[in-house]
Design a protein around this ligand. Structure first.
Ligand code: FEC
Length: 308
């Protein structure tokens, strides 16, 4: 008898693959509103500062391939077939659901390459996948809402933090703080009882306990350039506040992201680093999950929980 086939819909944010794709990508993020020339230039400058293009599309592909490989390795009677569907650039989530149907996939599991659940984030990915499958009559998709508490994911960050502490001079260790950060979202999510802020706080606590760290805090980064209020405290304000409290070394853990990309390579490694340099603070930013085996394991375990 042929193996049971399961589609693995791996969804991620997406990134422009060259300079010409930046404007349509930005327009899509802004729900169809073209950015002003000033906003566009600022974004192009940020991409230039990280080398012209983001490594995100390559990393997303590798993460999906490795997840597929790991699952196939340990499930003898099931064949997992990974499909990458993106939020803001081709191949869009909808096109990939159509592709799965054309390929004869009847059953699929969807996972978003972002650990925490939010209406503005993971729910919007999953809703788009479900709406398309309902429209075209399949495949049946089972979605993972969030996976931040997977033990291997907690191990990944706590090991990274311990390794980073080892690099800090002994006399500076007592004045070191870990800053866990995630992408800010509009403040109205608090009234909407969105799970996102609570999950970030819980994730930070779980990692801090595992790593055995004395001082940690949370902050929001990369807020949108819109007039509405966004979740705070912003990470740059947080750095200034912690400096006043006497911290001299800071370990930045952007736990809301899982890869090297603009929001980490620019917002953390350029903007936060510039400020810590000005204030005379030591800046540490452990390597991102990318294709680390502990991270791939966390994704695989989250998928396995949805297997019937
Ligand atoms: O190209 C790259 O390497 C970076 C890709 C990238 C990731 C990412 C992750 C998240 N975002 C989230 C929410 C928002 C909201 C807005 C918003 C705006 C941008 C802009 C760029 C961008 N995001 Fe993003 N985000 C990435 C890139 N993001 C570029 C536009 C310029 C700017 O404002 O910086 C505001 C939209 C608006 O204006 O209305 C909201 C969330 C995540 C983490 C979860 C996920 O990965 O889906 C949440 C990667």
């Amino acid at each position: 008898m042929a193996d049971k086939q399961i589609g693995l819909l791996v969804m991620a944010y997406g990134t422009p693959r060259n300079i010409d794709e930046i404007e349509p990508y930005y327009t899509h993020i802004r729900r169809g509103r073209k950015p002003t020339p000033e906003l566009l230039d600022t974004l192009i400058e940020r991409y230039k500062l990280i080398g012209g293009v983001s490594p995100l599309s390559r990393i997303t592909e590798e993460q999906a391939e490795q997840l597929e490989y790991r699952l196939n390795e340990r499930h003898a009677n099931v064949t997992f077939k990974a499909y990458v569907g993106l939020k803001h650039i081709e191949p869009y989530i909808e096109n990939v659901v159509q592709q799965m149907k054309e390929d004869g996939i009847e059953q699929a599991i969807s996972i978003v390459l972002a650990p925490h659940q939010s209406t503005f984030s993971t729910d919007s990915y999953n809703n788009r996948a479900h709406e398309e499958s309902e429209k075209i009559g399949g495949p049946a998709i089972t979605s993972i809402d969030s996976w931040y508490s997977e033990p291997s994911f907690l191990d990944f960050w706590s090991d990274r933090i311990r390794d980073t502490f080892d690099q800090i001079p002994t006399e500076a260790k007592a004045h070191t703080i870990v800053i866990f950060s995630a992408h800010s979202l509009p403040e109205k999510i608090i009234q909407m009882k969105d799970p996102y802020p609570g999950q970030i706080a819980d994730n930070a606590k779980l990692i801090a306990e595992r790593a055995g760290i004395a001082h940690y805090t949370t902050a929001w980064q990369s807020a949108g350039r819109t007039p509405e209020p966004w979740l705070g405290p912003d990470i740059l304000d947080k750095i200034r506040e912690l400096h006043k409290e006497g911290y001299t070394s800071m370990i930045f853990c952007p736990i809301g992201f899982v890869a090297d990309h603009l929001e980490v390579l620019y917002d953390n490694d350029y903007e936060c680093k510039k400020l810590t340099d000005e204030l005379g603070i030591r800046y540490y930013r452990p390597a991102m999950p990318n294709t680390d085996p502990r991270f791939i394991e966390a994704l695989a375990c989250a998928v396995e929980k949805k297997l019937i």
